[in-house]
Each structure stands twice: as structure tokens, then as C-alpha cells.
Design a protein around this ligand. Structure first.
Ligand code: GLN
Length: 478
């Protein structure tokens, strides 16, 4: 029977198993079928994955050079383009739409020998915190199927959680990788804004979006990051900074041990008491291990969720204007003889409620009479946060917090209350507002049986330290 722990161990398994990739793919195809009720996959590329596994096995058996992700099985959130494959952003408006090119991240995975096994369900256009906004049904948490897996990359998180793939990709605009990783008890990492090219990632809010990685161990995530990172002619926001040895740092001693946490985060009235206590106890553990951990003031906690939702909806209203029934996907023509009416009907029928709400909200905050009061103000807050972050990193190497104020909530519990849902993002949106890298580490368990995590953030492009600290943080908890 095939079982998976890490890319490293899988590669030693392959060294003595001539049909190892094929065995792995068959194993995952069976598991996906068996766990269908979780609805983590919108499509499985079964035949293609089997063929690719056979080809990769042959490549290895012929003694040819192998990629760093040789035979590694990966699934993609349904907002990441893969040439010749359907991509829908879990929306009816893109139903059956086929990508005409692959995302740079996907090209790079494939170039290193990865096997793409399918596309994962998510909140429509990556808008949501529970994966209940998909046009193709909700995703369930494998640890408790009455609970949400988090969102918006819920399907990608569950795919790793339930052993349906080795690693998966999500996108993180305000926490959509870290929050579901927290709810599912796995690792979820969002790199610095600009570390991974966004080319081929369906845009939600372009100045926030980053592709992120889910995995069961740190080194796997670090290897995937190394492979996907770096300059890209197709995305001018992808940084030309050299890609460092993230995987090597995932087993090294951290070069910095000064950690800050925001006092207001742990004092927030919305935090689950057990999460507060676990984090406080963990801070004591870190201190005992020689870390300096200081509480610092953060006076803007109540502003970050509104700021995030003003700026992201503004960007979304512009990004999503391309889905007009003409250029992509769903077009509504029945009984319509007027162009404007066709746009209206296509968009009203094609987009779900949450996406419509955000387009409306975004158009509102950008409208002439309200632009300064909302959009400009929010940009100012973003700048303030950014300046403050620079100051924090002059004194500290990293910031920690819980990833989410509550453990995975029940299906339907927050779906009628947008504000309650938006507040689930209170600890994660900060990293996107200021563009720093962040990771959720699965360190804790709630008395209700659900896992929850610790969020760790470092300075821009300090992914090396992020991995080194994560390594010691996981060890400190053992
Ligand atoms: N939950 C947040 C939102 O709905 C984050 C989404 C994301 O990171 N894609 O906007």
C-alpha cells in the first residue's frame, strides 16, 4: 500500500520502485473517489495523471535527469490556469471555460516533474472564508464533516488534509491559504507579494493576491516555493530578487529570535478563550527556548478588516468587469435583444450572491461621491500600516498571532451574516495589506476536537527566516 510523508521519502521510495509514480497516482485517484463527499475536487484529471506518471516512471527508469518535484502529485485551486483544462473560479459565469495558457507557477511545477491531478473547489472567485460560496457545492472539513474547511481555498486544504494529494496550491488575498490550513490542521503558506508570479491566477484583488502552498510538512512547502518563485516577464509585479534556499532553511536554526505579537490581537473580544490560552502558553514555551517575545501595541486592529474589504472590493469590481458574457463563459441571451440587457442578465445569472455583493460594494467605494471617504481613506490606512510594519521589523525578526480567532465553525453558521464571516479574517488580512510573507503552522488542538494554528510573519522577502523559525516553532511544540 502506498503512503506519503514527504517529497524526500517519496523520492527514496521511487528509487527502488520502478512503477512508483503510477502507484502514487492510483492511490490518490482511489482516495479522491472514496472521499468524494468532501467535494474537494471539481475535476480529476485521471487519465492524464496516469499517463504522466507512466512517462515519469520511464524517465527515471531510463536514468534521465529528474526534476525537484519528480512525480510529486499536486492539485490546483480552481482559480489557477492550466492550459487545455477547464478553470471556472467555482463560478457559473466561467462554466466550461478552458484555459488557453498555463499560469507561470504551473509551468514551473511541470518543468520540475510534478503531476497535476485535478482542480480544487473553492469560494467563487476566491471570495469567502468557508468554501460555502462555490457554485458547485460546499466543501466539507475532513476532520468533522459538519464543519467548514475554511476558505476560500477550502478544496485545496481538504485535498492535503484528507490525503488526496501530496501538496496543493491555493490563492491568498486576505488569508485564503492560511485560514483553511488552520481549520484543517495542515501547513499553509503565503509568500511575499511578488515572490510568485500571478500570471495565470484569476485576479480577485491584484495588489493583494498571491499563490500560496498547502502541505503536510515544511520542507515540501519550501521546495514548492523555490520551484515557483522568481521573476516573470508576464507579471511585472513578480520580483527579480534571487530565489533563496528555502528548503535548506526549513531545517536550519533561525538567524533571528526577536518575536513580537500584537497585544490587541490576544485581547480581542472575539477570540476563542482556548485559542487565547494556547497562544499565551506557547509564548511562554518560546521564551523558555530562548526566544525574545514581546507584546507590542497595534492600535489599528478594528480598521484592518474594513480597510481590506474596501480595497479588495474596489479592485474586484474592476477585475471582474471583464466577465461580461462576451469575452468569457456564460452568456445569457434568452429573450434579450439589447446589448446592455445581455450584460446585465449574464452577470446577474452568472455571478453568485457574494460576488455580486462585492462588485456592488467595490463600485460604491469607487464612485465619485464616495471615493475620498472610502477608497482614499483606506489607501491611507494601508500606507500607515506599511510604515508601521517597517518600524516593527527594525526591532523584531517576526510577528506571531493566532491564525484565526475561532476554530472551524459549523456549516451554515455564518453564511447569512457577512460581517461575522468577514471578521474571521481579522488576523490574516494584515499580511496581505502590507505584502509580507506568512505561514500557518498546525500546532494546537481545541477541546472540540478541531485543530488550530499559529501564524508567523516575517519581513518582505524574508522567507528563509520564515521557514527557519517555523522549523524551530514546530520543534518547540513537540
Ligand atoms: N476571506 C477573505 C475574503 O473573502 C480572503 C479571501 C482570499 O484570501 N482569497 O476576501
Amino acid at each position: 500500500m502506498f503512503s506519503y510523508t514527504s517529497i524526500k521519502e517519496y523520492h527514496s521510495f521511487l528509487a527502488t520502485n520502478p512503477d512508483g509514480c503510477l502507484l502514487a497516482v492510483k492511490h490518490y485517484l482511489a482516495a479522491i473517489e472514496e472521499k468524494k463527499h468532501l467535494n474537494a475536487f471539481l475535476e480529476v484529471f485521471a487519465d492524464e495523471a496516469l499517463q504522466r506518471a507512466t512517462d515519469l516512471d520511464k524517465q527515471r527508469n531510463d536514468g534521465l535527469p529528474l526534476g525537484r518535484l519528480h512525480g510529486v502529485v499536486v492539485s490546483l485551486k480552481d482559480v489557477i490556469c492550466y492550459k487545455g483544462h477547464v478553470v471556472t473560479a467555482a463560478s457559473k459565469i466561467l462554466d466550461k471555460f478552458e484555459s488557453v495558457y498555463s499560469a507561470t507557477a504551473v509551468e514551473r511545477l511541470l518543468a520540475e516533474g510534478a503531476i497535476i491531478i485535478g482542480r480544487n473547489n473553492c469560494d467563487e472567485f476566491a471570495m469567502g472564508s468557508s468554501s460555502e460560496n462555490s457554485a458547485f457545492g460546499i466543501v466539507k472539513n475532513a476532520a468533522d464533516t459538519e464543519r467548514v474547511p475554511g476558505g476560500s481555498s477550502g478544496g485545496s486544504a481538504v485535498a492535503v488534509q484528507a490525503d488526496l494529494t501530496m501538496i496543493s496550491l491555493g490563492s491568498d488575498t486576505g488569508g485564503s491559504v492560511r485560514q483553511p490550513a488552520d481549520f484543517c490542521g495542515i501547513i499553509g503558506m503565503k509568500p511575499t507579494y511578488g515572490r510568485i508570479s500571478r500570471y495565470g491566477l484569476i485576479a480577485y484583488a491584484s495588489s493583494f493576491d498571491q499563490i500560496g502552498i498547502f502541505g503536510k510538512n515544511l520542507t515540501d512547502v519550501a521546495i514548492a516555493l523555490e520551484v515557483m518563485s522568481g521573476e516573470d516577464n508576464f507579471d511585472s509585479t513578480a520580483s527579480p530578487k534571487p530565489v533563496e534556499q528555502y528548503a535548506a532553511h526549513a531545517t536550519k536554526e533561525p538567524s533571528g529570535k526577536r518575536i513580537a505579537y500584537f497585544k490587541q490581537v490576544l485581547d480581542h473580544p472575539g477570540i476563542d478563550p482556548e485559542i487565547k490560552v494556547a497562544t499565551e502558553n506557547y509564548i511562554q514555551t518560546l521564551k523558555a527556548k530562548g526566544f525574545i517575545v514581546d507584546a507590542i501595541n497595534f492600535d489599528w486592529l478594528d480598521y484592518i478588516v474594513p480597510t481590506y474589504y474596501i480595497l479588495t472590493t474596489a479592485e474586484a469590481s474592476s477585475n471582474l468587469s471583464r466577465f461580461d458574457g462576451v469575452r468569457y463563459g456564460h452568456r445569457h441571451t434568452e429573450g434579450i435583444d439589447d446589448l446592455n440587457e445581455m450584460y446585465k442578465q449574464s452577470r446577474s445569472k452568472g455571478f453568485g450572491k457574494e460576488v455580486q455583493r462585492r462588485i456592488l460594494l467595490g463600485s460604491f467605494v469607487l464612485s465619485a461621491g464616495y471615493f475620498d471617504a472610502y477608497f482614499t481613506k483606506a489607501q491611507q490606512v494601508r500606507r500607515l500600516l506599511s510604515d508601521n510594519t517597517t518600524k516593527i521589523f527594525q526591532e523584531y525578526d517576526a510577528i506571531i498571532s493566532p491564525t484565526v480567532p475561532s476554530p472551524a465553525f459549523k456549516l451554515g453558521e455564518k453564511s447569512d451574516d457577512s460581517v461575522a464571516m468577514y471578521l474571521a479574517d481579522i488576523y490574516t488580512v494584515y499580511a496581505n495589506l502590507v505584502g509580507i510573507p506568512a505561514i500557518s503552522l498546525p500546532l494546537f488542538k481545541h477541546s472540540n476536537g478541531m485543530p488550530f494554528g499559529l501564524q508567523l510573519m516575517t519581513n518582505h522577502f524574508d522567507e528563509e527566516l520564515l521557514f527557519a523559525l517555523s522549523n524551530s516553532f514546530i520543534a518547540a511544540n513537540e
